[in-house]
Design a protein around this ligand. Structure first.
Ligand code: NAP
Length: 280
């Protein structure tokens, strides 16, 4: 029952009504038996600073931040974690006494999904990341920190690709045709997202004939659950995962930072899969 001791976490963004974060976190609070609730707040562009002030004034215990507020939130908090500092964007705000700390859990969420769900450690691996947006930035930095041997960044804008590659000491700009020379391929573009009408007619972020056995392909997309890239990779004998793992593990890190409890990963995954099935 919600009462006067119930603690509040939430997410700000615009749009926000599609967010899976309330589903994931409310399932986690219920599974652990915590008297917490998690709500979605539609906050218009430019109002992130006011929302962070509200977190201070109301004593809100945890906040996630999504588009278009991630950079504004980094400017509005009191302190940044090393990842948030380097990336310049915040997806999680944590209260440390009266100090609000901006974190970025996406990159570690990606790495934890590989390590915990797939039993794969990217240390020593040659990696290719396709894309140069926010997700690519988080993943490239995290792969570098995790000890990848090389992180090749392939993106359609050369300047953006160089900026992303610079986030890992082992980063360099390359081409998607190099996919056959790497151990791990990450799709950090929206290519393949959404309703799939004809799988065979779709472009892939990486040429299918560069995929094969011994490789791990990680598509950050989770709608559909089997993306054209995941399907193509599996058909050619590669191991392939969708973006559910990263989604759940970035939330799990936030959950632990806010509550101090280990995140109930199975309950979180089950809740998000049930919600996606319900949405169709
Ligand atoms: P973003 O900041 O908008 O970046 C998208 C990137 O994809 C940009 O580099 C963009 O290039 C590139 N791109 C878009 N369409 C392309 C095309 N047709 N050909 C080549 N490159 C193309 O988005 P984001 O936040 O990084 O997200 C990227 C993907 O990751 C999305 O599908 C998102 O749903 C997913 N994601 C998943 C998780 C998770 O937890 N699983 C978390 C974050 C993101 P330009 O810059 O040249 O436009």
């Amino acid at each position: 029952m919600i009462g006067s001791r119930t603690r509040l976490a939430g997410i700000i963004g615009d749009p926000i009504r599609h967010s899976l974060s309330p589903t994931i976190h409310n399932a986690a609070f219920a599974a652990v038996g915590l008297d917490w609730i998690y709500l979605a707040f539609e906050v218009p562009r430019g109002a992130a600073g006011a929302a962070i002030d509200a977190v201070r004034a109301l004593g809100i215990d945890g906040l996630n931040v999504t588009m278009p507020h991630k950079a504004d939130a980094a400017a509005a908090v009191d302190r940044l974690s090393p990842a948030a500092q380097v990336l310049g964007v915040v997806n999680t705000v944590v209260r440390d006494g009266s100090v609000l700390v901006g974190e970025n859990t996406d990159g570690d969420g990606f790495i934890n999904a590989l390590r915990i769900d797939e039993g794969v450690d990217p240390a020593g691996m040659r990696c290719l990341v396709v894309g140069s947006g926010g997700a690519a930035r988080s993943v490239v930095r995290a792969l570098g920190v995790a000890g990848a041997a090389e992180v090749i960044v392939a993106a359609r804008r050369a300047d953006a690709a160089h900026a992303v590659a610079a986030l890992a000491s082992v980063g360099r700009v390359g081409r998607v045709e190099e996919a056959d020379s790497v151990d791990l391929i990450v799709n950090a573009t929206p290519i393949g997202m959404g309703e799939v009408v004809d799988l065979d007619a779709l472009d892939l972020p990486v040429p299918a004939d560069r995929l094969g056995a011994g490789q791990l392909v990680a598509d950050l997309i989770y709608h559909p659950l089997v993306t054209p890239l995941v399907r193509a990779a599996r058909e050619r004998g590669a191991m392939a995962v969708n973006g559910i793992g990263m989604l759940v593990h970035q939330a799990a890190i936030a959950f632990r930072l806010w509550t101090g409890e280990d995140a109930p990963l199975e309950a979180m995954s089950a809740a998000v899969l049930a919600e996606l099935a319900h949405r169709g």
